[in-house]
Design a protein around this ligand. Structure first.
Ligand code: TIU
Length: 222
């Protein structure tokens, strides 16, 4: 059986059931003036993974494998934004407030867009999600089922928030999950390291982790 070199042991890949899911590579998390910065974070860390995320996306496209993109965002009328989420953390700018890149994390605003280098192409699924996890209040589960996808490679930000939440949601739904280490980032390096460690602990209790190069090498055989 084909396998991707991974931790804590080789990932038993089935190319006909595999997709890449890129979580929330949006300007709001990567650029000054967006949501990540409004929470007091150094957003420059996020931009540094763009080349590795791009390599991964292009490898999946070249192999003819699906690429799914997610965006954390809300309706302009905020009807899908619980007050508990809007008020949390006392940010400088709250979700829905007008910032230098438009309204923070609102669908269709410039700051909410995916970074241009990583923009979806025609035919790729885009999931707009109001939560941290990509399964909550979205059609992701149905789309994966329809496409026969049972294995997910994860990239995107932030490792311990939206990426880990979605991996845990997917794991509970029976998907086999593999996190691409160089293609994910946190505002807190120690949180990224801890997330990688806890995902693959206890015999891959949540999933596997692998290097981008090893994933790319494997999918050339898809
Ligand atoms: N704040 C933080 O680390 N993350 C988020 O709010 N959203 C995502 O991770 N996408």
């Amino acid at each position: 059986m084909a396998a991707i070199k991974a931790e804590p042991f080789a990932f038993p890949v089935k190319y006909d059931q595999l997709a890449l899911i890129v979580i929330d590579m949006q300007r709001d998390f990567a650029e000054p003036g967006g949501f990540g910065a409004s929470l007091g974070n150094d957003v420059s860390r996020i931009g540094r993974i763009v080349p590795d995320v791009r390599r991964l996306i292009q490898g999946f496209r070249y192999a003819g494998l699906p690429v799914i993109h997610t965006m954390e965002c809300h309706r302009p009328d905020l009807s899908d934004l619980p007050p508990a989420k809007r008020n949390r953390g006392n940010p400088v700018l709250r979700i829905g407030d007008e910032g230098p890149m438009g309204r923070i994390l609102i669908r269709g605003e410039p700051g909410t867009a995916i970074l241009p280098e990583l923009a979806p192409i025609n035919g790729e699924v885009i999931i707009e999600k109001p939560g941290k996890g990509a399964f909550y209040a979205t059609g992701l589960g149905e789309i994966l089922q329809q496409k026969g996808i049972k294995q997910l490679v994860f990239a995107g930000v932030t490792t311990e928030v939206c990426v880990q939440t979605t991996m845990r949601e997917a794991n509970d739904r029976g998907y086999e999950c593999l996190l691409a280490e160089e293609a994910t980032e946190s505002y807190f390096p120690e949180f990224k390291a801890a997330t990688i460690a806890m995902i693959r602990a206890q015999g891959a209790i949540v999933g596997w982790t692998a290097h981008v190069d090893d994933i790319l090498e494997s999918i050339t055989h898809a």
